[in-house]
Unconditional design. Structure first.
Length: 189
């Protein structure tokens, strides 16, 4: 097993200029040298449909599940929609939370993970709380601290969704470093 930590990352927003997708780009830039972050797109995932789940799932679903299963850890950037997670994010989690076959555990099962988000006045506090609850279903092992909940995103991101504030970039760096350490700790257990 390699000492490097591979992290699959995705954001619960499809907008090209999304600040939460910008958080993921910042995470890639500030990640420690012993970690790689691969950003996964959610654009091609169809709505979850149990009739199309399992070994014959749509190709985009199979690719998404495989990328999560192959990664050592997850990094999720969530916006806050109506006091909760976005439908896009919940849909992706629904696909990744199911067994792809009788003999294969869900891609999310027991995976180390970290959550971050940027948004309005409360900085995704409620969305992150809901996401933590949702991820309990698959016993996802979440980093508790540090927390990255960026309020008033318009103050910290440019018009293209890029994180421009160095103090906030440091928070993202601290979270990724904590995720890498947490993943290593769980590897030893």
């Amino acid at each position: 097993m390699s000492d490097s930590i591979s992290i699959a990352a995705f954001a619960g927003s499809l907008r090209a200029k999304s600040v939460n997708r910008g958080l993921l780009r910042a995470a890639v830039e500030v990640a420690p040298a012993d970690a790689t972050i691969r950003i996964l797109a959610l654009h091609d995932l169809p709505f979850y449909d149990a009739d199309h789940d399992g070994p014959a799932s749509p190709p985009a679903v199979i690719a998404f599940r495989n990328a999560i299963a192959a990664a050592d850890a997850l990094l999720i950037a969530t916006p806050e929609y109506n006091y909760s997670v976005s439908g896009v994010l919940k849909n992706a989690i629904d696909w990744a939370s199911r067994k792809p076959s009788q003999d294969t555990p869900p891609a999310l099962q027991g995976k180390p993970a970290a959550i971050m988000g940027a948004g309005g006045r409360f900085g995704t506090v409620r969305a992150q709380a809901h996401l933590r609850y949702i991820l309990l279903h698959n016993d996802v092992k979440l980093v508790n601290k540090p927390e990255v909940m960026i309020p008033r995103a318009w103050e910290y991101f440019d018009g293209d969704g890029n994180l421009t504030d160095e103090a906030m970039r440091d928070q993202v760096r601290d979270l990724v470093v904590a995720l890498v350490a947490w993943t290593r700790l769980l590897r030893k257990a």
